[in-house]
Design a protein around this ligand. Structure first.
Ligand code: PGA
Length: 253
């Protein structure tokens, strides 16, 4: 099971240190890692070096815990490794620093930064070449949900985003309905199941996460669905106690 924390543009490096000084000491974390739950942090790019150092220290101090179970990645990487692309993040450099994942096509990238399916597809292809695991975000707006055309939209979004992508290599999908992100309104279990079934029919081998207002009180019902391999968490991953509570909520079954 995957617990991915999307911190978005939050936390200074001091605040990150404070977060991990609580989070890494927790027995809930130790138990989760021993149980091979996978916890992945997505901080803003400027925090990468500090985060990588904190994790390396933790893994040195806890050699029993398998490295791949606590990892990190970037919220966005570009489709070239280098060149005249002012302001972009290189996935190659991230990998060199120990990052193993990259979010791609988050709805905030698509709406605020006008990222297209074509660009998303190019990013996925490069990440696969580098051996970085992409987490491809997809999902419909409220208007599309209300119009009833959301399933066609989702399939088209995925078709275009996955163009030229090698589906035999690991790529994780994350269903994030836009109307559920940061709004406190998570999709119902029926909504998630409906999309889960749709996705598993088309892409039976791919892992599927759910994201959008995931919190300690609703996470268990979400991860209990057989199509769902984990969650992508925004707001509820910012406080170490809340994120730990969210992780531990999945155990009481
Ligand atoms: P949220 O964000 O959990 O705050 O709704 C999720 C996301 O945008 O990935």
């Amino acid at each position: 099971m995957i617990f991915a924390a999307n911190w978005k543009l939050n936390k200074t490096s001091k605040e990150m240190e404070v977060f991990f000084s609580t989070f890494l000491k927790s027995n809930i974390l130790k138990k989760a890692l021993q149980d091979k739950k996978k916890i992945i942090f997505f901080p803003q790019a400027l925090l990468s070096a500090g985060l990588s150092q904190i994790f390396n220290q933790f893994l040195n101090d806890n050699p029993i815990l398998v490295k791949d179970h606590l990892s990190w990645g970037l919220q966005n990487t570009f489709y070239h490794n280098e060149g005249a692309f002012t302001g972009e993040n290189s996935a190659l450099t991230m990998k060199e620093m120990g990052g193993q994942f990259s979010l791609v096509g988050h709805s905030e990238r698509r709406s605020l930064f006008k990222e297209t399916n074509k660009e998303v597809s190019k990013k996925l292809v490069l990440l696969q070449q580098l051996g970085v695991v992409p987490i491809l975000c997809f999902g419909e707006s409220l208007e599309l949900r209300q119009s009833g055309e959301y399933k066609d939209f989702i399939l088209q979004q995925l078709k275009e985003s996955l163009l030229s992508v090698d589906l035999s290599k690991r790529i994780i999908l994350a269903y994030e309905p836009i109307w559920a992100i940061g709004t406190g309104k998570q999709a119902s279990t029926e909504d998630i199941q409906e999309i889960g079934t749709l996705i598993k029919e088309k892409f039976p081998k791919l892992e599927l996460l759910y994201g959008g207002s995931v919190k300690p009180s609703n996470v268990k019902a979400i991860v209990n669905q057989k199509e769902i391999s984990g969650v992508l968490v925004g707001g509820a991953s910012l406080d170490p106690q809340v994120f730990l509570e969210l992780i531990s909520s999945c155990y009481n079954s």
